[in-house]
Design a protein around this ligand. Structure first.
Ligand code: 0RQ
Length: 504
């Protein structure tokens, strides 16, 4: 339907998805909307993938460079990857086929802190942006543009790109209008000013995007739903992690290091993070607030129950059922959710000032508390650092969590040395596995190692790790962070060679 396109100048650019896709030339740099399976363009990427397939079959293959907010959905990353149509991707991906193409070496991937993407684009470090392809939920009579179910980097793409293509998606709820807070006060140094946000519920910007109509080359009407992956029901391991973490928060409140309603929570992506949020349903902290990147199912439940008074984020990351629920009960949530550009939702200075409690998933941690969030066996990317670095370094308390084993018990997620470092030990204060929690604040490396080995390691690997550490203490070159360099990564090499980290 075209009822959402209420401005004549934009109406005049109405075209079908095929026509809009043909405006994207081989090799183009395209800034697309999309942040977790929310608010990404769908009709034009699908049409573009078809055109790429035809071109390839005719012997003229071509690809484009894709910038987004974060991960997207199968109609964008999946479809373009199937058409072998992406040769460069930033700043975050979780699509399985794109992941495979990155790990096989076919796609170049620039995995960035999500708060830094828009500033880097403005600084010019990323080069020119040819096209902005952005899903929106409406174009108002005065030509202002209502964002969709994610904001991401759209403000920046719309301002920076030479040409703009808009997908106006009538599946998105009309009541999204008014939920966004688009802050235009960002500038480059030396002209930067303090961002006037003091509590997560502050509104400091405007509800719509400014779009220069003279740059708009195409407007496409669509009603394709967002496609988010469903969450798994929390398993025993996730429940154990949630319970250790809730005990920790309760104790922090008891000893006076946290207020009774906690501090603004940030919760990362993945099933464990969602399980922790569900655990907060039965916890005594209220009313909580959230200053976070994505709003998952668990947060929606906390909002519905009144445990969470409001949530600030840049995107929804809801299962199909939760998305239905949100759309069905929008009036209930409308005033309690604010969607912001990701450079604001993840802003390091704001995270530090608000004192966020950062809870993020990890691939592995080492005995000293260095964390790997991104790489399997040091070289295969899983997703990307996402917002975890924006939050971890600046949080009031920075927490990382994972089941103590992966791949059916063949891998210990607590290792002598991480095979890739995303978060250095100084940025990691608490590590939680199903086995227990290690509070590493104020501890030296050796004190940290003892606590991590005692509290977090799965029993199958505990002796093996304790033995490594004892020999490192005895034989290491230095005794500050004892390490046996030849052996520190041998667990990973053993997994690659034998399929298990367990020594025979
Ligand atoms: O792979 O499905 O092929 O078996 O990694 O593992 O257990 O499903 O984990 O969904 O909680 O995600 C770190 C990836 C965890 C996520 C990560 C394998 C495991 C499985 C996934 P299979 P799970 P989760 C900011 C937050 C970075 C971005 C971020 C992530 C797959 O949390 O992407 O934090 N984080 N953004 O088998 C080898 C190990 C492994 C392993 C797990 N040690 N070695 N493989 N796997 N551990 C958002 C904000 O709001 C700011």
């Amino acid at each position: 339907s075209t009822a959402r396109i209420a401005n004549p100048e934009f109406q005049a650019r109405l075209m079908d998805a095929e026509a809009a896709a043909s405006l994207i030339k081989p090799g183009a740099v395209v800034g697309m909307s999309g942040f977790t399976g929310a608010g990404y363009p769908k009709a034009v990427p699908l049409a573009l993938a078809r055109q790429m397939d035809e071109a390839r079959e005719a012997g003229n293959p071509y690809a484009i460079k894709v910038w987004t907010g974060a991960s997207t959905g199968p109609e964008l990353d999946g479809a373009l990857a199937r058409a072998k149509g992406i040769d460069f991707r930033l700043p975050y991906n979780s699509d399985p086929l794109v992941r495979e193409q990155i790990n096989s070496g076919a796609v170049q991937y620039f995995d960035m802190h999500l708060s830094q993407v828009a500033p880097a684009a403005w600084q010019g470090f990323l080069g020119p942006l040819d096209v902005a392809l952005v899903e929106v939920s409406a174009i108002l009579p005065d030509g202002s543009v209502v964002p969709s179910s994610s904001v991401g980097n759209n403000k920046t793409w719309l301002d920076r790109a030479d040409k703009i293509i808009l997908e106006v998606n009538s599946w998105q709820h009309e009541a999204l209008h008014g939920m966004h807070d688009i802050y235009y006060g960002t500038a480059l140094p030396p002209h930067r000013k303090p961002i006037p946000l003091v509590t997560p519920s502050d509104r400091i910007g405007q509800a719509t995007f400014r779009v220069d109509p003279s740059k708009v080359v195409g407007v496409v009407a669509t009603d394709i739903p967002d496609r988010n992956a469903p969450f798994k029901a929390p398993d025993a391991s996730a429940l154990a992690i949630a319970s250790h973490l809730l005990d920790f928060f309760q104790n922090e409140v008891r000893v006076g290091r946290l207020p009774a309603s906690l501090l603004p929570v940030q919760s990362g992506v993945g099933n464990i993070a969602n399980a922790v949020l569900l655990g907060l349903m039965d916890a005594p902290f209220e009313p909580m607030t959230a200053y976070t990147e994505v709003l998952q199912d668990g947060m929606l439940e906390l909002l519905a129950a009144g445990k969470l008074s409001m949530a600030s984020c840049t995107a929804f990351s809801l299962s199909p059922e939760a998305a239905e629920r949100l759309n069905g009960e929008m009036a209930l949530y409308r005033d309690r959710i604010i969607l912001r550009p990701q450079e604001i939702s993840n802003h390091p200075e704001l995270v530090r000032r608000l004192g966020c409690l950062a809870m993020n998933g990890m691939i592995e941690a080492d005995i000293y508390g260095n964390v790997n969030s991104t790489h399997m066996m040091g070289s295969r990317i899983q997703n990307g650092i996402g917002g975890s670095g924006d939050f971890a370094r600046n949080a009031y308390i920075s927490i990382f969590m994972a089941p103590s084993t992966a791949k059916g018990g063949a891998i210990s997620t607590i290792v002598p040395q991480v095979s890739h470092v995303d978060h250095i030990d100084q940025d990691v204060q608490v590590i939680v596995t199903d086995q227990g929690l290690a509070d590493l604040r104020g501890l030296s490396p050796k004190q940290r190692a003892e606590k991590v080995i005692a509290n977090c390691v799965h029993p199958t690997f505990r002796d093996q790790l304790a033995d490594y550490y004892a020999r490192a203490l005895r034989d290491s070159y230095g005794k500050h962070s004892p390490s046996l360099l030849k052996e520190a990564l041998s667990w990973h090499q053993r997994f690659i060679e034998t399929g298990s980290m367990l020594a025979k």
